[in-house]
Design a protein around this ligand. Structure first.
Ligand code: GRF
Length: 204
């Protein structure tokens, strides 16, 4: 299974996916790493491994239509079968979501549908979780649809929120879970063990 990874930052989830492939746990290969940031750590990792590393940003295009067309072209050029958003902070253009319906995954650092949606990323998520007094947080792998963080949930794992937790300590606990469940969700797709209905997605 050919994976296209989209990342905006350091790429620790991308690295976790690579580690699972190299350990023989994930029968897939990363054929493309795309970032809206030319200096993203994820692109550095890709370049070091001679993987296709593409800097593609809306800023390089006059309008969303031409940006979306360029993104679709890059995906097809590299025969991407599954897109894995891994710390990618931009919305996916509608035409791309439609073309890759049920084939774009995202990792969110909370237990959706709670603490998701526009503006809910990075430390904002963990601040909101702690402020809410919730006793559990965790990570969610979900399919991407037209809205932020709303598509069918594929896999989740929880972690306790403790009295002395700060957004930083909670982020660290959640990130470990992200690195654990993202490869497992991708493995299920690679092995064709995912059933999707309108309510959710189920691994079997
Ligand atoms: C992670 O917290 C992830 O949940 C979110 O982006 C953050 C950074 O991810 N989607 P990474 O270290 O760049 O993979």
């Amino acid at each position: 299974m050919n994976i296209g990874v989209f990342a905006s930052g350091r790429g620790s989830n991308f690295q976790a996916i690579l580690n699972a492939i190299q350990a023989g746990l994930l029968p897939a290969r990363v054929v493309l790493v795309l970032s809206n940031k030319g200096d993203a750590g994820a692109l550095e990792i890709a370049r070091a491994l001679s993987l296709a590393a593409v800097h593609l940003s809306q800023k390089q295009f006059p309008d969303e239509g031409s940006f979306a067309a360029a993104m679709l072209h890059v995906l097809k050029e590299h025969n991407v079968q599954i897109v894995a958003l891994a710390g990618y902070l931009k919305k996916i253009p509608l035409s791309v979501v439609r073309e890759y319906r049920n084939r774009i995954l995202n990792i969110h650092p909370a237990l959706l549908p709670s603490f998701g949606g526009a503006g809910m990323y990075g430390h904002y998520v963990h601040e909101a979780v702690i402020a809410s007094g919730a006793k559990l947080s965790g990570a969610t792998v979900h399919l991407v649809d037209e809205e932020y963080d709303r598509g069918p949930i594929v896999l989740q794992k929880a972690v306790a929120v403790e009295a002395l937790d700060t957004p930083e300590t909670l982020a660290e606990k959640v990130l470990k879970i992200e690195h654990e469940i993202y490869p497992l969700a991708l493995k299920a797709f690679a092995e064709n063990r995912v059933t999707i209905n309108e309510r959710s997605a189920w691994i079997h």
